[in-house]
Design a protein around this ligand. Sequence first.
Ligand code: GDP
Length: 328
Amino acid sequence: MKQIPKKQIDVKKVISGLLNGDIVSLSKAITIVESDNVKDISNSNKIISSCLKNRTNSIRIGITGVPGVGKSTFIEAFGNQLTEQGYKVAILAIDPTSTVSRGSIMGDKTRMNTLVNNKNAFIRPSPASSHYGGVAKKTRESIILCEAAGYNIIIVETVGVGQNEISVSEMVDIFLLLKLSGAGDELQGIKRGIIEMADAIIINKADGDNIDESNKAMAEFSMALKLYPTKKSNWVPKVLTCSSINNSGIEPIWKLVLKYISDTKENKFFAENRKRQNKYWLLQTINDKLQSDFFSNDEIKKELENQYNLLDKNKTTPFAAAAVLLKI
Ligand code: GDP
């Protein structure tokens, strides 16, 4: 198909298509909102403000885990089950490796191939950081677009190895960590901080010879989680097992998500948390913009080199150097 040149994008048509749940319009809108091109800012703002007026009630779920733990297999089993129950599911995958070529995680055709063909599911990879300091922050805007397009379950998937999880936990209502039995956290590359963020730990691949090990891991984790401080949500994190390839244990995970949502709505944490997250993203956006403006300023760039030299020669201190730079 011939690509439409950017100039010819009819933003009104894109918005009305999106609000009618048209997947092509939704994809186009996300591309515009993700764009770093200044020419797209006005269209992007129009799309976002229309979407903010047309939001649906949604559940935002973050899913993380190291490569190979079974995230895409799990999301496929989970997502298909939810669409069977009448939900519309959007999956936004943050791919840390796709800063250059968009969507390398999802580029693999074998990932989620039944969900790809499910008309009530929408799958979209996001580049992790397309510009200075940005860690998938555009994913947050994509959530709003998906909600306006009628998706009531939003899954944000990320690889559990780095900084992205903090951003993801700040854009979702509930955060799930997928793990394997047997391997220690160090082996699985999971940081303690990520375990602390999790509202539920799911031991995947609980099938075949692995069932006993998985149950053992579940018991151990349940004990270990008791040592963590109480969460602001008052929710006590749970551990479950499942087999994504056998589709077993998936329904209890959904029930757990629903229980979390109803508990946190009842104790008001749900709404408060979304408000707090909005403020977080406001400040984050300002920080990013200030940083990027600061470091792209030619005078600053020159003076920074100079201050580096002075530091190397012990002629200044980091604080004194910062003071000079901040005065420019
Ligand atoms: P991701 O990198 O975390 O997205 O992991 P994938 O979903 O691509 O799964 C990695 C491998 O684990 C694939 O070969 C899957 O078939 C396999 N796998 C995923 N879930 C299960 C499961 O529940 N049981 C078993 N035995 N294998 C699984």
